[in-house]
Ligand binder design. Structure first.
Ligand code: FAD
Length: 548
């Protein structure tokens, strides 16, 4: 390493590593120099491994050297073996010594067989295992198959997908066989909350998948699956997900299972400038979207230390899952440790509608793979993380931000956001109805309402959100702001330099930024506020599109 910026070494080439690298490029720019280190040259997009055996999808993989080049980082093939945290040196295999200013551990977890005698489904490498199982069923050698979520650290959703897709496959081929799902959860996909769980339960029932909850599988024997206690599930074949263990890194303190405890910014206690994110951390939910959120929190903190002028936001886990069913998929969403509200719909609840949701990674991969993303999210969109905006709105907004960027060098001093923002705000409470919010937006001729709780900003409702609600045919006197707002909106601080705010707007495709002082909402900065009055004249008189 070594270059113009602060050297950030990211150990890993998976979800957390890539999300962190993209976030750092966006937030810290050339204040940091990012290098990824991983023992495999490819990033495997694993979620579609469940669909491959049924010919319903294909596992994608990407060369890490090309991805990192594209995102302005570098890549080295190698494995992190140990760290000397006092001297800030990473030892890699084979035989490398890499000094770092900041280290992010994103080495993931390794899969361990969890149920003796069962087939283990770890991901892309096990497509042939499932294909062979389907062939056995088709040949009549197996009539009852059980899919198992084991105890311990595991992301259980793929077991549901395998069970549902097997049931759909049996149906398509008119084969009479029995599929069951065995899990320690007391209700299907319990983590997603009551509403989502009930909906998944109905999907399982309709598909003929028998659900065995509160069941702890121990061993597969010929014709049966043994459970803790006296229970058994009759099964000719058993497919279990693996249990996960954190990868061991010398010099780093890890739990018995190899996981690394971190704080809400991903920092490892007691060591300077070392962070961890993703499956390797001690956070109990091992999921790609969660890994990306942790990576983002760590990247914000690292970018702040590098002088990016941010207030780093802590990790606040939001669980988003896209359940493949073999026919209509289901989008599931809940805030972990939050109100307990959960959503489930067959239409996307986020955008782009990817299986692994990363604020930076999803749109990046969608662009690379040229995945066609419709211009408009569908009407049910309640939580939009990345939204494609109309071309007219985007071009106008981009012109404003471009003008702001051009004007920046003429600033003799750095103008802080606090000097430019407007303090005339429309604030609403999370429990206000959409009808009340719409009325106040009309009264005040405002295109967005900021949702606050005890003065703290928790969301934003734009005219676009209102249109989505109308499109979703919700009743304005029943739907609440909390359900339709964009939660955790990107915000600026009063002391943030003007050009940083312009970059934030451009990077996130937004035309306004709420401004906070500590946790309190104090103002709003619009794209037009960034432009000196003489240059903004023509632009600001044009009609604004949908509040963006
Ligand atoms: C079949 C399957 C389906 C899934 N479906 C979904 C889904 O639909 N949605 C979802 O959100 N999540 C899903 N997940 C979970 C998701 O894939 C993981 O939670 C996510 O990949 C974790 O990200 P990570 O960056 O922590 O680890 P990983 O993505 O596993 O990346 C770890 C990286 O570290 C590298 N590495 C390993 N050891 C070292 C070392 N010593 N030094 C340096 N690098 C090292 C690895 O080569 C790899 O590049 C699924 C998982 C599986 C297996």
């Amino acid at each position: 390493m070594g270059g113009k910026g602060r050297d950030v070494l990211i150990a890993g080439g998976g979800v957390a590593a890539l999300e962190a690298a993209l976030a750092l490029r966006a937030l810290a720019e050339d204040r940091v120099q990012v290098e990824l280190l991983a023992p495999e040259p490819q990033y495997w997009y694993r979620p579609l491994a469940v669909a491959e055996p049924y010919a319903l999808g294909e596992v994608l993989h990407f060369e890490l050297s090309s991805l990192t080049r594209e995102m302005g980082a570098s890549f080295s093939l190698g494995q992190l073996v140990s760290v000397d945290t006092a001297w800030q040196i990473a030892y890699t295999s084979p035989g490398g010594v890499v000094p770092y200013a900041t280290l992010l551990l994103a080495c993931g977890a390794r899969p361990i067989n969890a149920v003796r005698g069962a087939l283990t489904f770890r991901g892309p490498a096990d497509t042939p295992t499932i294909e062979a199982l389907l062939a056995e069923i088709a040949a009549g050698f197996a009539r009852r198959v059980a899919f198992v979520v084991p105890t311990g650290a595991v992301w259980g959703l793929p077991a549901y997908e395998l069970a549902l897709m097997t049931a759909a496959w049996l149906d398509r081929h008119a084969i009479d066989a029995e599929v069951s799902l065995v899990t320690p959860e007391t209700a299907p996909l319990q983590l997603f909350g009551r509403e989502a769980s009930a909906a998944v339960s109905a999907v399982l029932e309709r598909s003929g998948v028998v659900f065995h909850g509160a069941a702890y599988a121990t061993e597969a024997r010929p014709g049966e699956l043994l459970l803790v206690g006296d229970g058994i599930v009759v099964a000719d074949r058993v497919v279990a997900l693996p249990r996960l263990e954190g990868r061991r890194i010398g010099g780093i303190s890890q739990t018995f299972e190899g996981f690394i405890p971190v704080d809400q910014h991903g920092r490892i206690a007691g060591v300077e400038d070392v962070y961890a994110a993703g499956d390797i951390t001690a956070f109990p939910v091992k999921q790609g979207g969660i890994a990306a959120q942790q990576a983002e929190a760590a990247a914000e903190s690292i970018a702040t230390d590098a002088g990016a002028g941010l207030v780093p936001r802590p990790f606040r886990p939001v669980l988003r899952g896209l359940l493949l069913t073999g026919s209509e998929p289901r989008f599931l969403h809940t805030e972990l440790g939050g109100s307990g509200t959960s959503w489930v719909t067959p239409e996307p609840l986020w955008w782009p509608p990817s299986k692994i949701v990363g604020r930076y990674l999803s749109p990046f991969l969608a662009e690379i793979t040229q995945t066609p993303v419709p211009a408009e999210p569908p009407s049910h969109t309640g939580v939009v993380v990345e939204t494609a905006v109309e071309a007219s709105t985007a071009s106008r907004r981009d012109r404003l931000i471009g003008l702001a960027a051009k004007a920046a060098p003429h600033d003799s001093t750095v103008t802080p956001v606090g000097d430019l923002m407007s303090t005339e705000l429309l604030t609403v409470a999370p429990e206000d109805t959409l009808g009340e919010v719409a009325e106040r937006m009309l009264e005040t001729d405002t295109r967005s309402a900021l949702v606050t709780e005890y003065g703290k900003l928790i969301g934003i409702i734009t005219a676009r959100d209102m249109l989505h609600a109308v499109g979703g045919q919700v009743h304005p006197s029943q739907a609440r702001a909390r359900q339709w707002m964009t939660a955790e909106p990107i915000s600026a601080t009063v002391s943030m330099p003007r050009d940083t705010a312009a970059i934030l707007m451009a990077e996130h495709h937004i035309g306004q930024l709420p401004v906070v002082d500590g946790e309190q909402l104090v103002g709003i900065l619009r794209a037009r506020d960034l432009v000196p009055t003489d240059t903004s004249h023509d632009e600001t008189t044009a009609p604004i599109g949908l509040g963006l």
